[in-house]
Write a protein that binds this ligand. Structure first.
Ligand code: FPP
Length: 260
């Protein structure tokens, strides 16, 4: 059997395992440093149950809590969640305001739990463009958790990867104009330093729930070499077993980074 065929047999075997068995299969020494998650499927989850779409977002908050707890317990160092994209403003205004309220109230309510779990909280995106109450609430949690040393939980909020690249170009352009940077000195590490994600390692694994095979303007620069794992599970149904399965499958991948 070829190496690829053996890997696909192992992946099929993994899918048949229960939560505890999968948890045991995740090798702690081979964890991805950074897992990024596109939490998709909230609306479909709700619609299938005859509920308003916002009921899916509310249930999605519970999936966030479960996932953060499981990730921290496993020893993951960085998790980034795509909570609100720059395109999400185009949704009906009632859905947008519910999402804003959910984000504001959840971060505030979860602060004691984040402290107890030693989680450091960070936000990426054009935070200047969000309602003041939400921005202040998030800033409070960022400051309160700044000295925690466990999992870093990054929430992408009013985030768009193209916006991020535009902002990075502007920052570099300003430095060139001010005479502090020569265009020929711009290299990958210089670009990385002006992205919202400065200081974070690139994601090794990108998880998308809800089954769609697309990137949706998420971390375009940073996922250059990430492994992609798409599950049909809708985000409100995402449980630790799904995370363990994604991690165990990731650990079966042969990452080549363009080499042979
Ligand atoms: C995508 O589902 C999900 C979102 C746009 C919002 C995700 C936000 C949360 C889960 C809220 C809580 C987050 C934190 C960090 C506390 P969709 O509505 O696009 O689903 P669909 O594809 O089925 O329509």
């Amino acid at each position: 059997m070829t190496r690829g065929a053996e890997a696909s047999v192992r992946v099929t075997e993994l899918a048949a395992l229960g939560e505890d068995e999968l948890r045991a299969r995740v090798v702690s020494g081979l964890l991805p440093r950074h897992v990024a998650i596109i939490m998709d499927g909230n609306g479909r989850w709700a619609t299938r149950r005859g509920l308003p779409r916002v009921a899916g977002h509310r249930e999605g908050v519970q999936a966030v809590r479960r996932t953060v707890r499981a990730a921290g317990t496993l020893g993951l160092k960085f998790v980034t969640l795509y909570a609100f994209s720059s395109e999400n403003w185009q949704r009906p205004s009632a859905e947008v305001s519910t999402l804003m309220w959910l984000l504001e109230s959840s971060v505030d309510r979860e602060l004691p739990e984040l402290m107890a779990q030693n989680v450091r909280f960070r936000v990426i995106g054009r935070t200047g463009g969000v309602p003041r109450g939400v921005r202040r609430g998030m800033q409070k949690v960022v400051e309160s958790t700044a000295r925690n040393t466990g999992l870093t939980l990054v929430v992408a909020f009013n985030y768009g990867a193209r916006d991020e690249l535009v902002d990075a170009c502007r920052a570099l352009g300003r430095a060139v104009q001010a005479g502090t940077l020569r265009p020929d000195d711009i290299d990958e590490s210089r670009v990385a330093r002006v992205l919202y994600t400065h200081g974070l390692p690139d994601p090794d694994l990108l998880i998308r729930t809800g089954g769609e095979m697309r990137i949706s303007n998420f971390l375009l620069w940073q996922i250059a070499y990430a492994e992609l794992w798409v599950t049909p599970t809708m985000w409100p149904d995402f449980v630790p077993r799904d995370l363990y399965l994604g991690l165990a499958e990731f650990q079966q991948r042969n990452r080549r980074f363009g080499k042979v």
